[in-house]
Design a protein around this ligand. Sequence first.
Ligand SMILES: [Zn+2]
Length: 55
Amino acid sequence: MAKEVACSQCGFRVRADSDDELVEDFQQHNKAFHNMDLSREQILAKAKTVQVATA
Ligand SMILES: [Zn+2]
């Protein structure tokens, strides 16, 4: 089950299979593009579970 989180400032989306990966990628995005530090809790609170169709 994948999770996805969308950046509220620019619409950038991160999708990952694990919470750790999702948090890390999204933290990097916010640091690089918005100079913001987000906590794991903040990111996971915004994350949505997505169905990924895999054949
Ligand atoms: Zn952004």
